[in-house]
Design a protein around this ligand. Sequence first.
Ligand SMILES: *Cc1c(COP(=O)(O)O)cnc(C)c1O
Length: 366
Amino acid sequence: MINTWSYLADYESNRDDILGIVDKVFSSGKLILGDEVSGFEKNFSSFCGLPCGVGVNSGTDALFLALKALGIGHGDEVVTVANTAVPTVAAIRAAGATPVFVDVEEDSFLIDVANVESAISVKTGCIIPVHLFGQPADMAPLMQIAAAKGVKVVEDCAQAAGAMYRGKAVGSFGDIGAFSFYPTKVLGAYGDAGMAVTADGDICAKLKRLRFYGMESAYYSEEEGYNSRLDELHAAILNFRLKTLGDAIRKRREIADYYSESLAGVGDIDVPAVKTDRSHSFYAYTIRTGRRDDLMRYLKEHGIESRINYPSPVHLMRGYHFLGYKPGDLPVTERLAGRILSLPIFPELPEESAREVVAGIRDFFE
Ligand SMILES: *Cc1c(COP(=O)(O)O)cnc(C)c1O
């Protein structure tokens, strides 16, 4: 079986290093908020070109605490997209705010900035662009609208570690960038982990308080906070994996280039558009076809796993029915949901397997 992703290939090739890290951390006498966490905060925020990173429990918490740190909550609206992972919306709701969904660009799957201005109301506190599948949203016009309207921007960078827009890293455009290090992500831990990055010293200090019961020093809370800490163990593994992130992304791009060269013009397939002013991390490689379900079944029968990211847009899920959206509200998003298919892509994917994926797709259309 060719899987879309498994951490086991990474573990197999780095087993000795990982077990060495586990032993080092367990022998250090410090398991929570120690040198590994502060080291990783420094390393990863520098990687993003920023002075501050705050390690938290997950990408969802990075988004939630970002909204809290910016004072976004009850009564506020947050403009975002519905073709995202549920956590984008769960974080907005956890902060007490209301998501307002806008439609996306068909070829890139990203927020269509042309729709943003009309979605902004007097209640809008924030925009959350999602750098979906590893490609940055069109940040220049988006930041212009945000500045003109006086609303904040939190970037959902969960799928896009290492991606760049006009030569600058994602996470460095908005007020705060929120990253996930969930194991499948481009930079993955061996468990849950996340980080909020920012250029603003006050926001940085506030994020650090919020993740730790509002405390600046032991046993005294300065403001109401939460528990959302990054473990030393995961930080140490992330410090190790950060060193090879550049190589890992290069490998993802090689696979993506190979797929795009080999699949353009096959059947009715549209390969994903990569915008010229951006570099893509290829968390997912997602094609579009009118025969998606049949193709997926055919590939599975031939030992090739594929995924749909995502089968239902969030605005049509039962869990978010109360928001009042109905089919037809986001035509491009809804059309995409029936046509998208993500192919196996991860740094350790053997060339031979990528060739089998292409051959399988070609056979299906012949
Ligand atoms: C994974 C993901 C998140 C949430 O990250 P977790 O670490 O799983 O909480 C948020 N937004 C997007 C777009 C994601 O893909």
